[in-house]
Design a protein around this ligand. Structure first.
Ligand SMILES: NC(=O)c1ccc[n+]([C@@H]2O[C@H](COP(=O)([O-])OP(=O)(O)OC[C@H]3O[C@@H](n4cnc5c(N)ncnc54)[C@H](O)[C@@H]3O)[C@@H](O)[C@H]2O)c1
Length: 329
């Protein structure tokens, strides 16, 4: 019976719809012998865990060309929608289908984005700490209603943010090289260039993938172009932001604040300047995770593996469909 390694640590040694789907398809569920740190992972440790395994329900661990080449993997189902931790050209070359779980965590990320935004604008958690300690500093902050939110990326998550942001009274701008014009029109979103968005938005919120072309999209220069007193929210990928330049802009008071759920290095090193700044709200890359998305993401990833094993081609979830639907486990 082919073995499926389930690596996301929140699934470790648990049962649920995901394990039922895999077992019912005739696949054996195994967990790593040692708890894998999600993103910082020694390739040799991962390869040791992958011995005798033919499929993986994957977290954020890194599948480099070398790991893929030396593993006996037949399929990778990511429990997430980002796939930057997997060398896709190598997976395609080695005929390893890679799937993601579109449509399962958009609402969770959108709610996290708004929680960070409201936290920055309304001064939490500092106000909570003041009230508890009796400090009662009562700093007055700007109102959110009527501000302009610029969405960099209007895909699944950007679109999930839209109605929620509109309900808070925000005006909407978006930059996306493949903008869904009908959606933008239907929701009164003004399409802009990236430069115009950066220069005119009160809040810049990142909802695009991180690629070689847009790494450090938010850097010293773009931060200077952002309005004085504006806010940056990043629930996408840490690689999109030059964190030192962001810390400079926050320290200088050019930005009102920032809300960050993704970082260049995760877990965020204790030495990070961002962790010491009062006008930053931090979240440990939990944007995509709530109870519902957790169930839906793990179930859909398991279903992708079951489909691949049983000869069904999970077209909607495939990152590298060029492998061809005549592929066989
Ligand atoms: N924080 C979390 O836990 C979490 C969870 C899920 C996804 N994410 C991240 O959120 C981001 C968006 O995810 P999604 O599901 O909406 O993806 P998606 O593929 O549905 O949408 C991404 C959009 O970005 C656009 N885009 C691509 N390059 C761009 C660029 N340079 N500038 C502006 N737009 C660009 C694309 O055209 C697309 O419309 C990804 O980076 C993903 O990894 C984070």
């Amino acid at each position: 019976m082919p073995r499926i390694l389930v690596t996301p640590y929140l699934l470790q040694d648990t049962q649920g719809p995901f394990s039922e789907i895999l077992t019912a398809a005739g696949l054996e569920v195994v967990f790593p012998a040692t708890r894998l740190s999600e993103s910082v992972l020694d390739p040799e440790a991962l390869l040791a865990e992958l011995a005798g395994v033919s499929g993986v329900l994957a977290g954020s661990e890194l599948y480099s060309r070398e790991v893929l080449r030396r593993s006996g993997l037949r399929a990778i189902a990511r429990m997430g929608v980002g796939y930057d931790a997997i060398d896709i050209p190598a997976a395609t070359e080695f005929k390893i289908p890679v799937t993601i779980v579109p449509g399962t965590n958009d609402v969770s990320v959108a709610e996290t984005m708004l929680a960070l935004l409201l936290g920055v604008y309304r001064g939490f958690p500092a106000r909570d700490a003041e009230a508890r300690s009796g400090a009662w500093n009562r700093q007055v902050l700007p109102r959110l209603d009527g501000r302009t939110l610029g969405l960099v990326g209007l895909g699944r998550i950007g679109k999930a943010v839209v109605p929620r942001a509109a309900a808070l009274g925000l005006q909407l701008l978006a930059f996306d090289p493949y903008l869904d014009l009908a959606f933008a029109k239907a929701h009164s979103i003004r399409a802009t260039s990236l430069d115009e968005l950066i220069a005119t938005a009160d809040i810049v919120s990142l909802h695009c993938p991180c690629t070689a072309d847009n790494a450090n999209l938010i850097n010293a220069q773009t931060l200077r172009q952002m309005k004085a007193g504006s806010v940056l929210i990043n629930t996408a990928r840490g690689g999109l932001v030059d964190e030192e330049a962001l810390a400079d802009a926050l320290e200088a008071g050019h930005l009102l604040g920032a809300g960050l759920d993704a970082f260049k290095i995760e877990p965020l090193p204790a030495t990070s300047r961002l962790a010491r700044l009062p006008n930053v709200l931090l979240s440990p890359h939990m944007g995509g995770l709530d109870h519902d998305s957790w169930r839906d993401m793990s179930s859909l990833a398991a279903q992708c593996l079951a489909d691949l094993y049983q000869g069904r081609w999970p077209e909607r979830c495939l990152v590298n469909p060029s492998i061809g639907s005549d592929w066989q486990w």
